[in-house]
Design a protein around this ligand. Sequence first.
Ligand code: DOR
Ligand code: ZN
Ligand code: ZN
Length: 444
Amino acid sequence: MPVDLILKNARIYAFGKIVEAGLAVDNGRIVRIAKESNLPSASEKMDLEGLLVLPGLIDVHVHLRDQELSYKEDFYSGTCAAANGGITLVMDMPNNKPITMSAETLRERMEIASGKIVVNVAFYSAFPKEIREMKEIVDAGAKAFKFFLSHKVGGLDPNDEKNTIKAFKEASRLNIPVAVHAEDGALLNESFRRLRSSGREDLDAYLEVHSQEAEVSGIRRAIRLMRNSGAHLHICHVSTSEGLRIIVGAKRSGSSISCETTPHHILLSSQHMREIGPIALVNPPLRNPSETLYLQRALCNGLIDALASDHAPHSLTEKESSSVWEISAGIAGIETMLPLMLTMVNKGLLTIPDLARLMAENPAKIFGFRGRGSIIEGNYADLVVVDLKREWTIDPSEFYSKAKFSPFEGWNVRGKPVKTFVGGNLVMEDGEIVAKPGSGRIIR
Ligand code: DOR
Ligand code: ZN
Ligand code: ZN
């Protein structure tokens, strides 16, 4: 019997290096990586003309919205955007309307998603009000819990230390990671009240509220919670050098901890935010150029585990307000992440193995996606084909995301995802979505 598909004449990132070979896919899995003459016969053959094949990216931090926030993004637009960005699996955040915080809300979200998604989707849940419900949520298929230290999202108030410890202990017992938005809510509130009452409404006031100290304090608290509970801790979007040093220290002393940063935190600084304005407003905010550079170097030096987009789409009106306190924070970054990283590869700042480790291998390891994250025989055929030489200019009007604006607008980049395969099915080809809504899978 011939296999389903052969990708021939490719350069494949496999076995830790780039090999000139072909790849055979059958039943959604990679069945053989070999020179063309050694590949089985196939129903369909695709000539990749020497392009590079990477493992499909796993973006562990995405706000797909939908439901009552569909005007910002929905499962179809968000997963089309993912496919356009070379991402084959996204992890959906719980700060939705309604909030994902029970087995019921999670099942409802999965049900809606199943008819719309074109790439694979896994789900975070917020903590429920009753800690005993955490097991039901995990049984319903949540891959991780997400906890905001900044404000209450879900059933657990981050100021409730006693129950927070209990929730972390339960996550440990259920053997499921807790991802934390580490900004200290008490510090945020205190400076917010002070600055707002003094009449400040400018972008710099926002930076003063969302200070580096707020992140550092949040990270310290998250680590205490992890140590008291044994749960695996994943720190979202690290944006400060001090925060990262603390995480690296904890990891070296044997703690079960991982962290991610984002393309915007390693490529943009507060200076960009002042020039670009609210489109570049995000939590945690863009930092001083020295912090940005520190994080970029740390990423290149292997101190950071993962790169995630924190794709946080909003409507344009929500991004436009004269008072900074009214603006919705967030950057729609899922379609620009891989091109920006390929540009760094072309500049010699990052290598292809780094890229695969940060955006596929480590995300699969941290969140337990078996059979994904690397190109080996037996794994799912989640793949992205990239043209490393393609030079183009980022134009948000071409995004599949409903948020058609970006702080990276007008950037000249080198490198583009040109084909995305999910489970062996072609989903994106040359910027066109060719898969049907509902072709993606929910990963439990
Ligand atoms: O900038 C942000 N936007 N930070 C968050 O933590 C939430 C996110 C959103 O959902 O818009
Ligand atoms: Zn966050
Ligand atoms: Zn987020």
